[in-house]
Design a protein around this ligand. Structure first.
Ligand code: HEM
Ligand SMILES: *[C@@H]1O[C@H](CO)[C@@H](O)[C@H](O)[C@H]1NC(C)=O
Ligand SMILES: *[C@@H]1O[C@H](CO)[C@@H](O)[C@H](O)[C@H]1NC(C)=O
Ligand SMILES: *[C@@H]1O[C@H](CO)[C@@H](O)[C@H](O)[C@H]1NC(C)=O
Ligand SMILES: *[C@@H]1O[C@H](CO)[C@@H](O)[C@H](O)[C@H]1NC(C)=O
Ligand SMILES: *[C@@H]1O[C@H](CO)[C@@H](O)[C@H](O)[C@H]1NC(C)=O
Length: 488
């Protein structure tokens, strides 16, 4: 007798469920693909390997389609000619809401008066002109000092490390010292922060998707708390004062009414935004060079003019490092292959998207729109010939100038590679990032003998779970060994 009401309520639930998920496509909307699993839809495939999943959807539906992902409907747009309307339509397409969801999930951060435009404005002038030049020099000194202290003191001895760990740790620690300006040399300092950050970073995608297992959740919470304790603005940093960037950011937070706890959480967010991508980018760059002798020779050749005069003062070395078209192209090519952010917007009010080919599609309020430039333009064979191949001179003209002329469907493209995002929330630190990676590569190539431990080793494959989160990371590492060639 007790079974009947139970069955009945199950039936009602099921009916309710089918009713709630009974969304159908109207004629003016993009093709709808809900997937087979109720509510979850395509969440599992999406999380496992977004590039593979979205490639399959593109083959099935074309350049625009709507998929169900964990209860949400996401319209994916893959035609780079049509990106601009999404990027520049802040009246109906909002970027900050989804950003706030992620902030809360990953950093447990809720800013009292979050205003992305004000934050961006406060951030931008630190990475401009004179201020950038100063940051460049601080960064160069930090890189030099850390390389000198990491390398074996005896110039005959080799030291082993993973290439990913080597690149990430060097750039992370120098970047941290440059922007956060604390030089606690005792008890770990930047190395402690780096190691904890790597653990935290390992949970990042699962935190964003809320798919941590209970024990992972506990571990993530512990390391998050540890990082908070290291970053707390209340904790006096030994040695150097906070950089102007950090001072300015903290002032901005206080003006917004953020208490000390919130400030600390915001600092972890900034640590991730400023240090989470440069190291992985440097890894791929050096990895591609170590396995492409022709590219390595071209970059070495370009740097060789500066090498002769390596006893120059820092500002003059940096001055001479300004004009490096071969390096620029090599870096652009690296980022084309390994920079894979999602650009996500929330539909605030139902609206119409006009594609470059004139087609119009209705977008529903409450859905999300997602661009994935990694698939197109970056890996689009119509735009980049043999897109899976690393070609260091892909972004060079025959006369050695920067190549900007790429097209699709017979029309020249405004966006032919987008590792920095675009529009109102494109990366504000990109020039600093480029500069840091250039300095890293210059110092490594001129001051170290660095080689793969196994000359036939290959660069590890991409960790497919990280598509959508900025720079990709390798699935594993590859051993290198290095020793000092010139004293630093
Ligand atoms: C290779 C290195 C880097 C890559 C590929 C990269 C990429 C990106 C991307 C794709 C975004 C947009 C995120 C979004 O859509 O929400 C972004 C935002 C941002 N990046 Fe970078 N970034 C790098 C390095 C840096 C560095 C070195 C800094 C600062 C020192 C920095 C500071 C920022 C900040 C503050 C934002 C947020 C901008 C805003 O809120 O409008 N990035 N970055
Ligand atoms: C450099 O940063 C300071 C704040 O530290 C700011 O007042 C100044 O306007 C910035 N300079 C430039 C050229 O943006
Ligand atoms: C340093 O900063 C300047 C901005 O003044 C920038 O143009 C330059 O490319 C940066 N990089 C290096 C390595 O000097
Ligand atoms: C990775 O780098 C850090 C910082 O340089 C170092 O302490 C650690 O030993 C390295 N880990 C491995 C596995 O080589
Ligand atoms: C290389 O990149 C830097 C930083 O974005 C830029 O300022 C410079 O103009 C580029 N140089 C060439 C030769 O493309
Ligand atoms: C963008 O904004 C305009 C109004 O300014 C609107 O007509 C258009 O449909 C909006 N939506 C999209 C997705 O472009």
């Amino acid at each position: 007798m007790v079974i009947a009401p139970l069955l009945l309520s199950c039936l009602i639930l099921l009916l309710l469920f089918t009713f709630l998920s009974r969304r159908t496509r109207s004629k003016r909307e993009p093709p709808l693909d809900k997937g087979l699993i109720p509510w979850l839809g395509h969440a599992l495939d999406f999380g496992k390997d977004a590039a593979k999943f979205l490639t399959r959807m593109k083959e099935k539906h074309g350049d625009i389609f709507t998929v169900r992902v964990a209860g949400r409907y996401v319209t994916v747009l893959l035609d780079p000619h049509s990106y601009d309307d999404v990027l520049h339509n802040s009246t109906s397409l909002d970027f900050s809401r989804y950003a706030q969801v992620l902030m809360e999930r990953i950093f447990h951060l809720r800013l009292p008066h979050y205003n992305p435009a004000a934050e961006r404005a406060a951030m931008q002038h630190h990475f401009n002109r004179d201020n950038l030049t100063r940051l460049n020099i601080t960064m160069y000194r930090s890189l030099q000092a850390l390389l000198a202290s990491d390398a074996p003191p005896n110039r005959m001895d080799w030291k082993q490390d993973g290439l990913f760990n080597f690149s990430y740790s060097l750039l992370f620690r120098s970047g941290y010292l440059t922007l956060f300006g604390r030089r606690c040399d005792s008890s770990g300092g930047p190395t402690d922060i780096y190691n904890s950050f790597r653990t935290f970073d390992g949970f990042l995608t699962k935190m964003a998707r809320t798919t941590l297992k209970p024990e992972e959740k506990r571990e993530a919470e512990l390391v998050r708390k540890h990082l908070w304790s290291l970053l707390s603005p209340a904790q006096p940093g030994e040695g150097a004062a906070p950089s102007p960037w950090l001072q300015g950011y903290l002032k901005h937070l206080k003006e917004e009414g953020a208490d000390e706890d919130t400030q600390t959480r915001a600092l972890l967010l900034q640590l991730w935004a400023t240090q989470g991508n440069v190291g992985p980018a440097a890894f791929w760059l050096l990895g591609f060079l170590l396995t492409n002798p022709e590219a390595m020779a071209a970059v070495r050749e370009e740097f060789s003019g500066i090498l002769v005069a390596s006893d120059l003062p820092e500002d003059q070395v940096l001055e001479r490092l300004q004009h490096t078209p071969v390096f620029n192209s090599t870096l652009s090519e690296t980022l084309r292959l390994t920079g894979a952010p999602f650009i996500t917007r929330e539909v605030l009010a139902s609206t119409t998207l006009r594609m470059a080919d004139g087609q119009e599609y209705d977008l529903r309020q409450g859905d999300r729109v997602c661009l994935f430039p990694f698939l197109s333009p970056q890996m689009d064979p119509e735009i980049h010939h043999e897109p899976e191949k690393f070609k260091f001179d892909r972004f060079l003209n025959a006369d050695g100038t920067e190549k900007r002329d790429f097209s699709k469907g017979g029309r020249r493209l405004k966006y032919y590679t987008m590792p920095w995002g675009a529009g109102s929330n494109a990366c504000v630190g990109r020039h600093f990032a480029i500069s840091a990676i250039k300095q890293f590569l210059f110092l490594v190539l001129t001051h170290l003998d660095l080689e793969l431990c196994n000359p036939d080793a290959v660069i590890p494959a991409i960790d497919a779970s990280r598509y959508g989160f900025g720079m990709l990371q390798p699935d594993g590492d590859v051993l290198i060994r290095y020793k000092l060639r010139h004293p630093l």
